[in-house]
Design a protein around this ligand. Sequence first.
Ligand code: SF4
Length: 400
Amino acid sequence: MKPLPLSGQVTAVAGLPDEHDRVVLRLRAITERRGDVGIHDAALVQNMDDAAAAQAAGFQTACLIGNGVDLGNIFPQYIKLPGQFAYLGDGDIIGLHPHSRKLRVLYRRASSHNAFLVTERCNHYCLMCSQPPRDIDDGWILDEIAEALPLIDPTTRTIGFTGGEPLLEWRRFIALLDMTRTLLPDTSVHVLTNGRGFASPEVVSAWAAISHPQLCAGIPIYSAVDHVHDYVVQARDAFDETVLGILRLKDKGQRVEIRVVLHRITAPRLVETCTWIARNLPFVDHVALMGLENTGFALANQDLLWIDPIEYQQDLALGVSILSSAGLNVSVYNLPLCLLDRKIWTYAVQSISDWKNAYLPICDDCAVRDRCAGFFSTGRMRESRGLQAVAVHDGTAAVT
Ligand code: SF4
């Protein structure tokens, strides 16, 4: 199981700006162009006929994926990508640092799982963080996203912003969200944040002023007990500020999703956590109860965190029932159907991003594979003892 490569290096680059600049390019199929070629557009070419057609269509930059022709004679500006990026297609967007040749895929038009990493910095240090924070100056990422946003297909249904903590530089980030609302008014926007920034009325007011009806903040609460939450995120007073932030967001009519990641520390307290959410935060818009991605810090801390999901199967079913009975919109993310109590199958979502979603050989014979979340291909997978293919009996799927 290998995730789709979203970063790497170009094998050749020519004619692009000097070593200190970064470049954002949108890849375009030549056949679909009708005089709308911009300076960020790079024609996808495979041979000299393509190159000639791209030049005639007005492209200044060409992109060749894999081995092929020498583009230098036709295009002074070109890049070559290794064959592992052959999945890229028309409308996809990449960020490039020509000097180092480093490449990152920023947006895939055909995907419904596009998320921009806003920063690697964070004021939490969560035990199971899949993107371990780094204290670096990466403000250039916000500039790169601002360059990419106008290139995104406006029919894109949803995009996400994640980190690190996106609200650390909240003024710049909110300006970016403002831009997103203007450029992509019909696109749902989901921001993963630890929510502490919203303890500030100034931040909440700026967020509300974006006035995006489909803007949602996904905020984790790992326990109903303040010091347990603070321990999981490795930050004192985090629980109090996070809850205050949620209350302030809802006071301003903003959309909020609560996220609970399940592991050895949080899962045994899940019923208590769900009861607390149902009693104290029944007005949030969505609660996601989530299986653990065993990568990053989760991998480093796996002796502390790993729990076989089959062990919390009944508590998860009860937690879902508590939230749903209180009128909350609840979903189960990242967990295979065969590890869930049948009663909560309707709450299970195929939530794992397409670029890192995988299945096991056992799944080939499973009747519910097409609606099962499957597994993360990142990090190191831990297999549950409860995994088993589901068979169909009398027209209904049943665990064999
Ligand atoms: S066996 Fe079926 S239910 Fe279990 S993980 Fe595979 S596809 Fe999902």
